[in-house]
Ligand binder design. Structure first.
Ligand SMILES: [Zn+2]
Ligand SMILES: [Zn+2]
Length: 564
């Protein structure tokens, strides 16, 4: 009997100890007077179509449970799958998008149709393709601690970046925090999940640097898979080494984004267009709902002539009044950040600051007492208001035209040209008539399976004087949209070391220039840039980076020259 009593006391004591260590439940707030709840949703979700655990209907049901109005699904892919049309499921607007793996990190493409060829390769090329195809690009988990998931090319013109990524936050945590999460999860699910969140200082600093030069939107992305990887490998998750935890609904309760200017009307196509336009414009703020909910932010800038919202630009003849207010007066801390530096903060109802109309990028972070993280994750993070012409695309001046050129192919026989190919691919290289002379017709058929790595390379002898030039210029046209990899090769090792620059080609003839110092290494090379004095061949390569096996096509190339 006494033993049973002792046991009971121990159980109660352990239970009580467990209970007091639980993270606090979300604080319930009132809406600011005279306001209604804004449209809230979640982006970056994986379904069973890639490495998530639920069907699109499962995900939509979970979103409905949590009160979300829209979700953006981003299953892994190369954008060659036709996206599902926008649809309401369980009353939630479901927008289909894709997460593309580049050679330097993952990027989400929203508002993109079916791509004519697989999107892959250099980050800058994938970003360029997404923009050409009318989509918006958001760098996914750019600050991941895992090198293979981290974004590499900060000069690529992506439209937005994920400042908070649910999946990366998990992967970056110490075993101690993870143990705390697992312990707390049965008691307080979304609060437990929020324990892994931190303020990503380094990433926010990078973002503030970027917005000095161009407009970049920041967004919180759930990266919900409804599974937890047991091995610390990169995405996509391996089905056989993961736990089906936590559920979509719990992840959706942790954080979300708010689109204060959207009204959904019930037509999925129009509503999806409105949601995507607002995301693209940066008319959104991110909220950690597991801290306090609902989270409301009003952030405006009033000049002498106009008013601006986050994501927008304002020009004014006189001083500008910047105003931020939330629905948690008194208990929160509103911070006004100018060009990456905190310029004012308040624990009051509202922060109001008069600023000069000179260029400045202003944004707001709101801290809430008791928010998790080291340093604490902001409860609300706004997008910037660009004052006085700040954030204008600073155009990199084009390089001066070549003052000296030498023709490598112009007219007549293609002396020294040949092709190389994988075993089951085929190729032909012919000289055909063209206006005022001849041009080269390159034909290819990428036979063989993906595993065989089919390729066709049209090879031009580099000549002995390539090192006296800095660029290759040529006129090219293709029978269908594609990417062509322009490469140089030095005769080192079995297949030689190569460097490449990929170019977009379609049925419009274009004169393209590739700068040798803009080429990047193919695989591992001794130097990051090609040693031109040792370059033996110039290659025009069609391979499976951007071309599906089984594809046949033709290319016309003319007026190949070096310049400097
Ligand atoms: Zn990813
Ligand atoms: Zn993802």
């Amino acid at each position: 009997m006494t033993r049973r009593l002792a046991m009971a006391i121990i159980v109660v004591a352990v239970g009580a100890a467990w209970y007091v260590t639980l993270p606090p439940p979300p604080v319930t707030l009132m809406l600011a007077s005279g306001t209604t709840e804004s449209v809230r949703g979640v982006i970056h979700i994986h379904s069973r179509r890639s490495d998530g655990t639920g069907t699109v209907d499962d995900v939509a049901r979970a979103a409905a449970q949590v009160g979300l109005k829209f979700i953006v699904l981003t299953d892994h892919g190369d954008a060659t799958r036709e996206p599902d049309a926008p649809a309401y499921r369980s009353g939630v607007l479901c927008i289909d998008a894709v997460e593309i793996s580049t050679s330097g990190g993952h990027v989400m493409a929203l508002g993109l149709g079916k791509a004519p060829y697989p999107l892959a390769g250099d980050p800058r090329d994938v970003i360029e393709d997404i923009a050409r195809l009318g989509g918006m690009s958001i760098s996914a988990h750019p600050g991941s601690k895992r090198p293979e998931l981290r974004w590499s090319d900060w000069s690529a013109p992506f439209d937005g970046l994920e400042w908070l990524n649910g999946d990366s936050e998990w992967r970056d945590e110490s075993p101690r925090t993870l143990a705390r999460v697992l312990l707390a999860y049965p008691g307080r699910r979304s609060s437990a999940l929020a324990l892994v969140l931190d303020r990503p200082d380094e990433l926010l600093r990078r973002w503030d640097e970027l917005t000095q030069h161009r407009r970049v939107m920041a967004i919180a992305g759930s990266d919900a898979h409804a599974r937890l990887g047991l091995r610390t490998l990169g995405e996509p998750y391996d089905r056989n080494s993961s736990l089906p935890l936590p559920g979509y609904a719990q992840v959706f309760r942790t954080f979300s984004i708010t689109l204060p200017q959207v009204t959904l009307k019930g037509n999925p196509v129009d509503d999806a267009a409105a949601v995507l336009a607002e995301i693209r414009a940066g008319h959104l703020y991110s909220t950690v709902d597991a801290v306090a909910t609902p989270a409301q932010l009003s952030f405006t800038a009033n000049g002498t002539e106009s008013t601006a919202m986050p994501g927008d630009e304002i020009r004014s003849r006189g001083p500008v009044t910047v105003r931020a207010a939330t629905n948690a007066p008194g208990s929160d801390e509103i911070r006004l950040i100018r060009n990456g530096e905190v310029m004012a903060s308040t624990r009051g109802v509202m922060l109001e600051q008069t600023v000069p109309p000179t260029p400045g990028v202003y944004r707001v972070e709101v801290n809430f007492p008791g928010a998790p993280g080291e340093p604490p994750v902001p409860w609300i993070l706004s997008n910037p208001i660009y004052v006085g012409g700040a954030g204008q695309n600073s155009v990199t001046p084009p390089r001066p035209p070549a003052r000296r050129v030498v023709a490598r192919y112009d007219n007549g026989p293609a002396t020294g040209w040949r092709f190389e190919k994988s075993e089951r691919a085929s190729a032909a290289l012919d000289v055909i008539g063209a206006v005022g002379g001849t041009q080269l017709l390159l034909r290819y058929a990428l036979g063989g399976s993906l595993a065989e790595g089919p390729f066709v390379a049209f090879v031009m002898p580099a000549g002995s004087d390539v090192a006296s030039y800095d660029r290759l210029t040529f006129t090219v046209r293709a029978d269908h949209p594609m990417r062509l990899s322009v490469q140089v090769r030095v005769p080192e090792g079995a297949a030689g070391e190569r460097w490449q620059r990929s170019v977009y080609v379609d049925d419009t003839p274009r004169t393209l220039t590739v700068f040798f110092d803009d080429m990047t290494a193919v695989g591992t090379t001794a130097s990051p840039r090609p040693p031109l004095d040792r370059v033996e061949s110039v290659l025009f390569v069609v391979d499976t980076v951007n071309t599906k096996p089984g594809t046949t096509g033709q290319l016309w190339i003319d007026d190949v020259q070096y310049g400097r």
